[in-house]
Design a protein around this ligand. Structure first.
Ligand SMILES: Nc1ncnc2c1ncn2[C@@H]1O[C@H](COP(=O)(O)OP(=O)(O)O)[C@@H](O)[C@H]1O
Ligand SMILES: [Mg+2]
Length: 285
C-alpha cells in the first residue's frame, strides 16, 4: 500500500516514527508537506503542489496548522474520489477540540472529572480556587505534553503564580483551574474504536506530572473492563473514534477523566497502522 502522511509540520519527529512503522509493515511511505500550501485551479481541476492525484492509497492527516480550511476541503474531495483517509476527525473538528469545551462535554455526559473552573479575569481566580479547594492546579488550555501546568497549595502561592503569569503577559482566559487529584495511577489509553491500549505513566522524581515528554516512565497497564468502558465513553463524548484518553485513578479506585486528546503517543502509531485496513478507521465512503 502507498501511505502518505499529510502535514504542515514536516519537521516533527513523530513524522519519522510514522515513516519507520509504515515501512516496517512493508508499505511505501511519502511525506506530503503542505507548509507552503499553494494551488492552481480551473474548472474541474485543482492542483496542489506536493499532492498529485492517484498516487496514494491512504493518507494519514496529522499536524495541519496552516491553510486548514482549504486543506480540509481538498482532503474531503480526495476521500470522495476513493482515497482512504485517516484524518482522526480533522475535517469535522479542525483541531478545534480544546480542554475547556471537552471538560464541559464530559461533565454533561456524566463522566467524573476533577472539579474545574474557568475565569476570564485573574481577579476572580482566588474565589474559584476556594470553591475547588487547595491544592489547585492551574493549567494552560492549549499547550500539551505537561507544559504550563502548575500546582498551588495555598492562596498565597496562587497569587504569586498569577503575578508571574501576568508578568509574562499571559491571559486568564488561557488557563483553567482544577482540583488536584492525588492519583495512584496516571493512565493514557489509546482508543481505536472498541479497542483500548493502556499505558501507565510514572512521573519523574519530584514532579506531579506524569507526561512521558517530561521524563516520566511508561509501562503497559492491564486496565479492567470498567476502565476501558470509561475511556471509550469519554472519547465518544468528544465525537471521536480514535484518540488518547487520560485517566487518573486514586487509591480508593475513584476514576477521573483528565483529558481527551488527538495527540497519539508515538508507540500508538504501530497499533494504528496494524489496524489500518479496518474499515472504521478509514472513513471509507
Ligand atoms: N487535576 C490534576 N490532578 C493531578 N494531576 C494532574 C492534574 N492535572 C494534570 N495533572 C498531571 O499533569 C499531567 C498533564 O496534564 P494534562 O491535563 O493531561 O495536560 P497535557 O495536555 O499537558 O498532557 C497529567 O498526566 C497528570 O500527571
Ligand atoms: Mg495529558
Amino acid at each position: 500500500m502507498r501511505i502518505a502522511l499529510l502535514t504542515t509540520l514536516p519537521e516533527l519527529i513523530e513524522n519519522n516514527r510514522i515513516k519507520e512503522e509504515v515501512e516496517n509493515l512493508g508499505h511505501d511511505f511519502r511525506l506530503i508537506d503542505l507548509s507552503q500550501f499553494n494551488f492552481y485551479a480551473e474548472k474541474d481541476q485543482v492542483n496542489v503542489e506536493g499532492l498529485e492525484k492517484n498516487e496514494i492509497d491512504t493518507i494519514i492527516v496529522r499536524g495541519v496548522f496552516n491553510s486548514i480550511k482549504p486543506i480540509s476541503v481538498i482532503i474531503n474531495n480526495l476521500q470522495k474520489d476513493g482515497t482512504r483517509i485517516f484524518d482522526n476527525n480533522f475535517i469535522e473538528h479542525k483541531y478545534a477540540i480544546d480542554k475547556v469545551t471537552d471538560l464541559i462535554k464530559l461533565s454533561y455526559s456524566g463522566v467524573e472529572i476533577p472539579k474545574t473552573a474557568y475565569e476570564r479575569n485573574f481577579e476572580y481566580f482566588p474565589k474559584k480556587a476556594e470553591r475547588i479547594g487547595y491544592p489547585v492546579i492551574v493549567k494552560s488550555t492549549r499547550s500539551g505534553k505537561g507544559a504550563s501546568i502548575f500546582k498551588t497549595d495555598s492562596k498565597s502561592q496562587l497569587l504569586k503564580l498569577i503575578e508571574e503569569l501576568k508578568g509574562e503577559d499571559k491571559k486568564a482566559k488561557s488557563y483553567i483551574m482544577q482540583e488536584f487529584i492525588p492519583y495512584k495511577y496516571d493512565l493514557r489509553c489509546l482508543v481505536i474504536g472498541e479497542h483500548v491500549y493502556t499505558m501507565r505513566r510514572i512521573p519523574a522524581k519530584g514532579d506531579f506530572r506524569a507526561n512521558f515528554s517530561l521524563g516520566g516512565k511508561v509501562e503497559k497497564y492491564n486496565l479492567d473492563s470498567k476502565g476501558e468502558a470509561l475511556a471509550i465513553k469519554a472519547l465518544k463524548t468528544i465525537d471521536m473514534s480514535i484518540g488518547g484518553v487520560d485517566i487518573l485513578i486514586t487509591r480508593e479506585d475513584k476514576r477521573y477523566i483528565l483529558e481527551v486528546t488527538i495527540q497519539l503517543d508515538l508507540w500508538a502509531w504501530r497499533k494504528l497502522l496494524e489496524r489500518i485496513s479496518v474499515k472504521y478507521l478509514l472513513n471509507t465512503p
